[in-house]
Design a protein around this ligand. Structure first.
Ligand code: GRG
Length: 277
């Protein structure tokens, strides 16, 4: 991947080890996409084949360079399991948002329907669990916990801030759970399976959490300020769903007496596709 290569550009030995591990991750993902039914295989394969940055596996494999055993096969297995969990969440997210576009291609729910998209997501999670089981019960427990956090964050976002909870505090809690925990686990797994020390594992977890939070804030800015071509999905989802992300929360906080007027405008976001047609 371009991303990992860029980080490692002046260290060819490590760069080759990383690209080798990422190729193994792709092989493991492909194996897990097969099923006993052609439609399930096709729908589960759809988004995996459409690309995506593979940020979580890249982070796992990079963290896997830290310890004395960077070639441990569990690094690639855990990386593949985490990408499958991420993929599963994208299928269900698109159903929840009625999204038409993902990774620059039609979403599964628009290509087939919600039923098929939900089933594909369920299948990908099952296959991630199967890879997780190869890693042992401790890692499987971490994977289950990570996935539970992701679902909790999505629920917290859907339910909205509890009364008395500051909106910016709520936002940070949501993005930690729905995005950063998975990237933190990616860092921890890489370090752990390469035999890194406890302190290094802990630090890769903290780094992953920080990177994940930054990553989600960047994604939320792109949802407001990008095009479908740049974003791979249709921007504006958060505004249409009434979800106030960090840039909007800052704008509301800084708009003083105009905050109510701004809130009113945000409640009726301009649908550029429809309204400018
Ligand atoms: C699968 C049972 C089940 C539940 C899932 C819908 C849901 C519960 C969670 C949604 C969590 C979610 C979609 C968080 C956003 C994470 C995020 C930043 C996605 C975009 O990630 P990128 O930019 O995408 O890494 P690519 O396509 O590059 O992989």
């Amino acid at each position: 991947g371009g991303f990992a290569a860029a980080l490692l550009s002046d260290d060819t030995t490590t760069a080759e080890a990383v690209s080798g591990a990422l190729a193994r991750v792709e092989g493991l993902i492909s194996e897990q996409l097969c099923s006993a039914h052609a439609l399930l295989t096709e729908s589960a394969t759809h988004l995996a084949r459409a690309g995506g940055k593979r940020f979580r596996p890249i982070f796992t494999v990079l963290a896997g360079q830290l310890g004395p055993h960077p070639a441990d096969p569990n690094i690639a297995i855990s990386a593949a399991a985490l990408e499958l969990i991420h993929l599963a969440s994208l299928y269900h997210d698109d159903v929840m948002d009625e999204a038409q576009l993902r990774r620059g291609v039609p979403s599964a729910n628009s290509l087939w329907d919600n039923k098929i998209a939900i089933l594909a997501g369920d299948y990908l999670f099952a296959q991630a669990s199967r890879l997780g089981a190869l890693l042992g019960v401790e890692a499987l427990e971490i994977i289950a916990h990570t996935f539970a956090e992701l679902v909790t964050g999505q629920t917290r976002e859907t339910a909205g801030a509890a009364p008395g909870t500051d909106a910016i505090t709520h936002y940070h809690r949501v993005i930690h759970e729905k995005t950063a925990v998975l990237i933190a686990t990616a860092g921890r797994f890489g370090a752990m399976f390469s035999g890194a020390e406890a302190g290094q594992i802990e630090r890769m977890g903290r780094l992953g959490d920080a990177v994940g939070i930054a990553f989600q804030i960047a994604d939320d800015i792109l949802d407001i300020a990008s095009t479908a071509e740049q974003f791979g999905k249709r921007p504006g989802t958060d505004l249409r769903e009434g979800v106030h992300t960090l840039p909007v929360l800052y704008a509301l906080r800084e708009s003083g007496p105009d905050a109510d007027r701004l809130r009113e405008l945000l409640a009726h976001p301009l649908d550029t596709d429809a309204d400018l047609a």
